[in-house]
Design a protein around this ligand. Structure first.
Ligand SMILES: CC(C)(COP(=O)(O)OP(=O)(O)OC[C@H]1O[C@@H](n2cnc3c(N)ncnc32)[C@H](O)[C@@H]1OP(=O)(O)O)[C@@H](O)C(=O)NCCC(=O)NCCS
Length: 326
């Protein structure tokens, strides 16, 4: 038995909602600009006392309940996030402990918005290699905590949330291929400049806003469309699949125009592309598992369906995974 399948999925989004109309009140922007340039209408925002581990735990509990799986049956916990509770320890350690799984291995993966794609590849590999039987993979972010609310070019884009999947060993194999990549020549294109070992926080760096996410939006846009197309093409080829074999494209939800441009090139009609950006904005590593969870709850995905998960983001980084739903 060296196959892997996803046996449970869940998600969580904080209750508070930030609408385009709310943003109009504090920024020089408009619902019309945000909607036409991004497709976004609302974002869910974590409460001041809610950290990323809290979002993870809620999503994990939803997945465990949906799959009727006991926490004790999970062998390993992975959290993909760029907004951990602390620079260290890993948020996954806190999540596992809070779920009652103290003693189980738990670690974070930090590869920005590509986190879920990388995590799916790593978790599938751990299971197919026979190291673990059940792995919980959570993509979670509290991006509202690192967004500069006065910067209209980024404040409109990002939201908070978490999506969780349980992967388990299976006779049938869902994992068909993975194509991952990274190019770290210009990390500052999409980054949190301060607080790390290169630029520890000082009074001056805080005054300069280095605690906030920054981004070269136009450059990232071009990169995103190119890499979505390239990595999807390679992943399909590696799996021996044609574009026409794909039932669902589940892309990272960064911008409706990025998704539409890539989907058009990949010959994916709208009704094959899962998009929920209107409700959540960009939730980075959480966006793909939240979209998967919602599509499953809506009964859209059926056994045997071929799914392409595709993401891109800071690093720069990118990746696509092809998956046959079990
Ligand atoms: C950020 C993004 C929505 C901006 O859209 P765009 O069409 O590229 O817009 P531009 O950056 O070219 O800006 C066009 C104009 O709108 C203005 N603008 C920027 N944000 C605005 C806002 N929220 N409201 C109104 N105007 C805005 C700019 O200042 C600029 O004005 P100017 O022409 O007078 O200089 C788009 O570039 C994008 O989505 N990039 C990818 C970002 C991303 O996905 N990041 C995460 C990756 S995981």
């Amino acid at each position: 038995m060296n196959g892997v399948k996803i046996s449970a999925v869940g998600h969580y989004a904080p209750a508070a909602i930030l609408t385009n109309e709310d943003l109009e009140k504090t920024l020089d922007t408009s619902d019309e600009w945000i909607t036409t340039r991004t497709g976004m209408k609302r974002r869910h925002i974590a409460a001041p006392d809610q950290a990323t581990s809290d979002l993870c735990i809620a999503a994990a509990r939803d997945a465990l309940q949906n799959g009727k799986i006991a926490t004790a049956d999970i062998d390993c916990f992975i959290v993909a996030t760029s907004t951990p509770d602390y620079p260290f320890p890993a948020t996954a350690c806190i999540v596992a402990a809070q779920l009652g799984a103290t003693g189980k291995p738990a670690f974070d993966m930090e590869i920005a918005c590509s986190g879920f794609i990388y995590g799916l590849t790593m978790a599938s590999g751990l299971i197919r290699a026979g190291i673990y039987s059940r792995v919980m993979l959570i993509g979670a972010e509290s991006l509202s905590k690192i967004v500069d609310r006065t910067d209209r070019s980024t404040a409109i884009l990002f939201g908070d949330g978490a999506g969780a999947v349980v992967l388990e060993a299976s006779a049938e194999n869902s994992f068909l291929s993975s194509e991952l990549g990274a190019d770290g020549r210009r990390p500052e294109m999409l980054c949190l400049l301060g607080g790390g070992s290169r630029r520890p926080f000082t009074a001056e760096s805080l005054a300069a806003g280095e605690q906030y996410l920054r981004m070269e939006g136009r450059e990232i846009f071009k990169f995103a469309v190119t890499k979505m197309i390239e990595s999807t093409g390679i992943a399909l080829r590696n799996a021996g699949l044609q574009k026409s074999d794909v039932n669902w494209l589940i892309p990272h939800q960064a911008n409706r125009r990025i998704i539409d441009a890539a989907a058009k090139y990949l010959d994916m009609p709208d009704d094959k592309v899962i998009v929920n950006i209107e409700e959540y904005g960009n939730t980075s590593a959480a966006s793909i598992p939240i979209a998967l969870s919602e599509a499953l709850h809506a009964g859209r995905i059926k056994a045997g369906d071929i799914i392409v998960f595709v993401g891109f983001g800071g690093g720069l980084s990118w990746g696509a995974v092809t998956w046959r739903w079990a």
